[in-house]
Design a protein around this ligand. Structure first.
Ligand code: ADE
Length: 226
């Protein structure tokens, strides 16, 4: 898989994508991440990528020209499954969407900024608009990092134990059961006795029951989803 991220703040993406599973997936060539500084595609000597909005609204808007330049260049080199725009009014990101995106060959993610982007970008260049939740961040870089992280960890081989991606919370619309490790007792707080029994089937049944109970209690809406 290849992910091209277009941003005015490359520095914001460097750290989240340079550690742990996401780094290892790149080292193993499971994913190729390319970060493009939109300013490199700006026109004029001031390398501006934004301008005042038409009309009477305050604030700056990202211009179409540099965005079209970088997207057109990338699309001339290969086919993309989706050209994504991160925006609070997009479709809400969730685990099924991460699952679908993890099967893509090539993705572009354009990070939104300022007051928004010239709407013609969304009308003509973008194929998918994604929000990571109903709140407004200062820019689309953190959402892009979140989407990239959630997608990469689903690529087969990205996490050591492949089973563990399938047993994540939200897969099967269930929250994950509690996990514990040694010591079995700390300050008098004991791990559930079932774990000390070594009885695999019973432990599994306990985990299923806990997953169901936690979902009913914490996120009952998940149980009504398909
Ligand atoms: N840009 C600003 N806020 C955002 C959000 N919640 N989701 C995606 N992109 C954003």
């Amino acid at each position: 898989m290849r992910i091209d991220i277009i941003t005015v703040l490359p520095e914001l993406l460097e750290s989240p994508l340079s550690h742990s599973i996401v780094k290892r997936a790149q080292d193993k060539s499971l994913v190729d991440i390319h970060i493009h500084n939109l300013r490199d595609y700006a026109v004029g000597k001031h390398r501006r990528v934004d301008d005042y909005a038409f009309g009477f609204g305050a604030g700056m808007v990202m211009q179409i020209e540099p965005i079209d330049r970088v997207i057109s260049k990338l699309k001339a080199e290969r086919n993309y499954d989706e050209v994504i725009f991160t925006t609070p009014d997009g479709e809400q990101f969730d685990q099924p969407m991460a699952n679908r995106l993890s099967m893509a060959e090539n993705l572009i993610i354009l990070c939104g900024h300022y007051k928004g982007v010239d709407y013609r970008v969304r009308e003509h260049l973008i194929t998918k608009e994604i929000s990571i939740g109903d709140y407004v961040l200062t820019g689309g870089e953190l959402p892009a990092a979140i989407i990239t992280d959630a997608v990469i960890r689903l690529i087969p081989g990205a996490i050591g134990d492949e089973q563990s991606a399938l047993s994540d919370s939200f897969q099967d619309n269930l929250l994950a059961p509690p996990v514990y490790t040694r010591p079995a007792e700390y300050k008098g707080w004991r791990v559930p006795e079932i774990f000390l029994s070594g009885h695999e089937r019973k432990i599994h049944e306990w985990e299923m029951q806990q997953a169901l109970e936690r979902t009913k209690k914490l996120r009952p809406n998940l149980l009504n989803e398909k």
